[in-house]
Ligand binder design. Structure first.
Ligand code: AHR
Length: 337
């Protein structure tokens, strides 16, 4: 399967000449051009279709992939940023197929809509490896493996930590008004975190789920949506924000409204990702809990590909380890970041 680097690079050069390219992809593509003229290597060609650059988590995830798919590690990387559009991911997969890459690595923006293009990859004999979010396809043989987070578990942890904090405050029987800033509609992270938290909430008649709004995992939308929610509801007790970036925006709106976030403040914030900046806010007491989402998936994909190259079988699904951080254990996490 290997050693298509030269062929892929020549096609890429042709594509650049005919079509130009975006700034974010320029470096990797110029590496590709260099490789087209200089490479004699027996490299494994990997086409990566990334969701976008919507969050700090995503940036770290992209770096983790770029760090493993290097020439030194035996790879030739073709990278495409879909800018949060499924149509761009589908186009990217088709371009990887026409460039005859060895593997396609994809983080699907949403769960549905992948059957046709995955069938095309299968017909071309190219294994599709999913990372981070899942694809809901009729035939599971259309992808080889998936590695990522247990988003449902993350949502349950958010619910459990809220139960624990309310009990510690003696508020377990109080009416608790909750709003949720959701991530991208239809994506596994959003679906799993919503389901997990809602299942815990269903066990508490005094938890009032006021509204779920779409914040698309971005700071700008998190800020806008929080501003509107604060105008609409006078007495929000808890904000469940499905990633740190939306939390940063929500926190800005909370403070602009003259309110205080924190366990002893007006609103308790629960966040996801546990990025460095998120954890700093846990330490400051502004975020009550941050549920980790591990972005370091590159090493796992590397393992999967190396196993496939050896002809070994690989696990269909692999969940990565994660944790929940509050002010009680945040220092140890920050020491690692
Ligand atoms: O799919 C993982 C989620 O996507 C992360 O929580 C979020 O920050 C990212 O944009």
């Amino acid at each position: 399967m290997k050693n298509k680097a030269r062929w892929a690079a020549w096609l890429l050069v042709l594509g650049l000449v005919l079509g130009g390219c975006g700034a974010a992809e320029t470096k990797m593509q110029s590496d590709a051009v260099e490789s087209a003229f200089g490479a004699e290597e027996d490299l494994i060609v990997v086409g990566v279709s990334q969701v976008g650059s919507e969050s700090v988590w995503r940036t770290v995830n992209t770096e983790s992939l770029q760090n493993v798919f290097t020439k030194d590690n035996g790879y030739f990387l073709l990278f495409k940023n879909a800018r949060q559009k499924q149509e761009n991911q589908i186009k990217a997969v088709r371009s990887f197929i026409s460039q005859r890459v060895d593997y396609i690595v994809l983080s699907p923006l949403t769960e549905t809509g992948w059957d046709t293009v995955f069938e095309e990859a299968k017909e071309a004999g190219i294994p599709v490896i999913l990372i981070d979010r899942k694809a809901n396809v009729k035939d599971e043989s259309l992808y080889t493996a998936w590695v990522g987070s247990n988003f449902y578990w993350e949502g349950v942890q958010a619910g459990r930590i809220l139960e624990k904090k309310l009990a510690a405050q003696g508020r377990e029987n109080d009416t608790i008004r909750i709003v949720t800033l959701c991530g991208t509609a239809g994506g596994t992270a959003t679906l799993g975190r919503s389901q997990g938290f809602e299942e815990v909430a269903e066990g508490h008649d005094n938890w009032i789920m006021l509204e779920n709004v779409d914040g698309d995992f971005t700071t700008t939308k998190g800020k806008e949506q929080m501003r509107s929610l604060l105008r609409k509801y006078k007495d929000i007790d808890v904000v469940v924000s499905q990633n740190d970036d939306m939390t940063f925006g929500a926190l800005a709106s909370i403070e602009d409204a003259g309110l205080k976030a924190g366990e002893r403040g007006d609103i308790m914030l629960i966040s996801f990702d546990a990025t460095k900046n998120g954890l700093e806010l846990v330490k400051e007491g502004k975020i009550m809990a941050d549920v980790e989402c591990n972005p370091h998936l590159g090493e796992y994909v590397d393992e999967i590909i190396k196993a496939l190259e050896r002809g070994d079988s690989v696990r269909k699904e692999r969940y990565v380890r994660e944790n929940v951080y509050t002010k009680d254990n945040v220092e140890e996490a920050l020491a690692d970041r």
